[in-house]
Design a protein around this ligand. Structure first.
Ligand SMILES: Cc1ncc(COP(=O)(O)O)c(C=O)c1O
Length: 401
């Protein structure tokens, strides 16, 4: 099965059709580039949707994974392993959190956060256990996560959803304050809304939300599944904002492409989970954890966080140059290597034309193209991406078809 057509046909027959996939089968990658099974090369500004933080075929990451696989892939959380403890230590050392719970995906980290918030409310015998989340948010596809997600299109046909979760407009402190009554125990938000169109929280808003949580004894939870792990130029997005939540969720780029998720919490919250209250068979297995250790070492010891800051600023500059040239770009927004452009023309056609020209891009929300490349991206990649995008946008006939 080595032709593109054969793979697509086979997939049609036996893979559940839950994605609007592109008719493209990828084969291998190196650095910022990926090749399809027919040998065509693409510059990748999708990176598995903010997952492949070290790019493709990263030498140290591949070597560590291979060595760990040969040694011990998995052994159950009935036992300790060095990689899991090393990753937990690195994450807590570089953050304001005391404890980590490992799982395998973003949605699972959100489930863990929802459960821990309610366990904490029960432990404290609080009056309420409702959770407030934001309109237009995205938190994943499991029942709790999809209920927390503030977009009805993802909830259609799934009733009944999890009770006690309410949505308020994002970046609107008054609306939040009004909704945050006695029945509430926690507030969950993305510091930068990703899937709905790269919408950063206002710093003043986050500060007020933190103060409200302190005043009314609510837990503040940040979903950093997309924005976390170096993407804003700090290890965690909350550090870029200078507003510390009580819990935060991570996944995507944490192990450079090996499935992993993490819920981090301050000790006073973490202790609401007793042995037996929550678990994950694969969570924090030695293979994923060893990969996570490499990602953190690259961020802190090999200059990757500095690279994100530098290339993030350059990406903003270049996108603004494109905006000055193309009236269809309404806005450039985002932080570090999590940026987006809002367009007045259909984004689907832009992504399609870019792919034909050897550039992978991904949309976000109805009218935004997001840029979430591997954190190893360099100036020349940003130049190459912008040159292709310039061509695509310059050809109005192409993108409006
Ligand atoms: C902010 C945020 N939270 C949660 C999720 C769900 O993560 P996963 O697909 O790993 O379950 C995503 C995925 O895109 C996300 O962007």
């Amino acid at each position: 099965m080595n032709s593109m057509e054969a793979v697509l046909q086979q997939a049609e027959q036996c893979v559940m059709q839950t994605y609007h996939r592109f008719p493209l089968a990828l084969d291998h990658g190196e650095g910022m580039y990926v090749w399809d099974i027919e040998g065509k090369k693409y510059l990748d500004f999708v990176a598995g949707i903010a997952v492949n933080s070290l790019g493709y075929s990263h030498e140290r990451l591949c070597k560590t994974i291979a060595e760990q696989a040969a040694k011990l892939i998995h052994c159950s959380n009935l036992y300790y392993t060095q990689p899991q403890v090393a990753l937990a230590k690195a994450l807590t050392q570089h953050s304001d959190f005391d404890k980590v719970f490992f799982c395998n995906s973003g949605a699972e980290s959100i489930e863990s956060a929802l459960k821990l918030a309610r366990k904490y409310a029960a432990m404290k015998q609080k009056a309420g256990n409702d959770i407030i989340t934001m309109e237009q948010s995205f938190h994943g596809r499991t029942y709790g996560a999809v209920t927390a997600t503030g977009q009805s299109k993802y909830q259609k046909g799934l009733s009944p959803l999890l009770p006690g979760i309410h949505h308020v407009p994002f970046n609107d402190f008054e609306a939040l304050e009004k909704a945050a009554g006695e029945s509430v125990c926690a507030i969950l938000l993305e510091p930068i809304q990703g899937e709905s169109g790269i919408i950063p929280a206002n710093q003043e808003y986050l500060k007020k939300v933190r103060a409200l949580c302190d005043e009314r004894d609510f837990l503040l939870i940040f979903d950093e599944v997309q924005a976390g792990v170096g993407r804003t130029g700090e290890l965690f997005a909350y550090q870029t904002y200078g507003v510390v939540p009580d819990m935060a969720t991570f996944a995507k780029g944490l192990a450079g492409g090996i499935p992993i998720g993490a819920l981090m919490a301050k000790e006073f919250v973490a202790k609401a989970f007793a042995p037996g209250d929550h678990a994950s068979t694969f969570g924090g297995n030695s293979l994923a954890a060893s990969a996570g250790v490499v990602v953190l070492e690259e961020l802190f010891e090999h200059g990757l966080l500095e690279n994100v800051k530098k290339q993030g600023a350059y990406l903003t500059e270049k996108l603004k140059e494109l905006q000055a040239k193309h009236s269809c770009i309404q806005a450039v927004r985002g932080i570090g290597l999590m940026q987006g452009i809002a367009l007045t023309i259909p984004t689907g056609a832009v992504v399609q034309k870019a792919m034909e020209k050897g550039l992978l891009l991904v949309g976000a929300g109805a009218d935004v193209i997001r840029f979430v490349p591997a954190l190893i991206v360099q100036k020349e990649h940003i130049d190459e991406m912008c040159a292709i995008l310039d061509e695509v946008l310059g050809d109005d006939k192409n993108v409006n078809e």
